[in-house]
Design a protein around this ligand. Structure first.
Ligand SMILES: [Zn+2]
Length: 116
């Protein structure tokens, strides 16, 4: 995992806790300095999921076999697209993790709404 600036430094994002999140190397390598992704349903550029203020379950779910992350909102779909969250290597990894019982993660919700 790496530390990601949610709002990129190049866009004025500060290196403060409220603007940092943990990201896997793969997602981080595709997020780069982007703050939007393409939502295939609305055909619009849409802001990315904000891991500190958005609720994971409002924007994503798992496929039936838990191998794919499914965007269930414009923000979710745009984020899955931008971060290429369902690359073949990730599907293989999730299937292997599932065999060991370590996937899907329980109660994935890092947004502030989970702390209410
Ligand atoms: Zn990732």
């Amino acid at each position: 995992m790496v530390l990601d600036h949610i709002i990129p430094v190049s866009a004025g994002g500060e290196t403060v806790a409220e603007n940092l999140c943990l990201s896997c190397v793969s997602c981080n390598s595709f997020k780069l300095n982007f703050q939007t992704g393409f939502d295939t349903e609305s055909q619009r550029e849409t802001r990315l999921f904000h891991p500190r203020s958005d609720s994971w379950h409002e924007h994503f779910s798992w496929s039936d076999d838990s191998s794919e992350i499914v965007g269930v909102s414009a923000i979710g779909r745009a984020t899955v697209n931008r971060l290429k969250m369902n690359q073949p290597i990730m599907l293989i990894a999730r299937r292997e993790w599932k065999k060991t019982g370590s996937h899907p993660p329980p109660g994935v919700d890092f947004g502030s709404k989970s702390m209410e």
